[in-house]
Design a binder for this molecule. Structure first.
Ligand SMILES: [Zn+2]
Length: 158
């Protein structure tokens, strides 16, 4: 089976919350796609409950597109400790961490339920499983710890 970089990362050595560049892949025509590890909580110590994570997912989908060019997708890890972010082209982890910080500030302090996209039976695969309260409380916790642009050392962005 193909070895996947994310599974070679020593999850006991990282210091969340952080942004890590996993890989930059180049397509046959030279286009580049970057994949980032947006680690919001410490692996094997915490996990964001599904309803809060689900609402953060719906909100980051729009908020990160407002803050970064070339966003293709931002999807939660099955372990519920963070997200993959996939973009056209490469951004510095500092710029991604600043965009993530700004998006989480928006969730924590400004977003209301009416602002959450895709919360109806037609527009979501599990519309009953959302919690803006949880999304806000977890965002505040992550912001209080600060978001590092490096995974192994705390180098928190402004
Ligand atoms: Zn959904």
């Amino acid at each position: 089976m193909a070895e996947v970089e994310s599974f070679t990362l020593d999850h006991t050595k990282v210091k969340a919350p952080y942004v890590r560049l996993i890989t930059v892949e180049e397509g046959p025509k030279g286009d580049k796609i970057a994949n980032y590890d947006l680690r919001l909580v410490q692996p094997n110590e915490n996990a964001i409950p599904t309803a809060g994570l689900h609402t953060i997912e719906h909100l980051l989908a729009g908020l990160l597109r407002d803050r970064l060019t070339g966003v293709i997708d931002c999807s939660p890890f099955g372990c519920r400790t963070g997200f993959h972010l996939i973009t056209w082209g490469e951004h510095s982890t500092t710029d991604v961490a600043k965009a993530l910080k700004s998006a989480l500030e928006e969730i924590a302090y400004h977003i209301e339920w009416k602002d959450v996209q895709g919360t109806t039976i037609e527009s979501c695969g599990n519309y009953r499983d959302h919690s803006l309260f949880s999304a806000k409380e977890w965002s505040k916790k992550i912001l209080a710890e600060g978001i590092s642009d490096q995974p192994f050392e705390r180098h928190v962005v402004d």
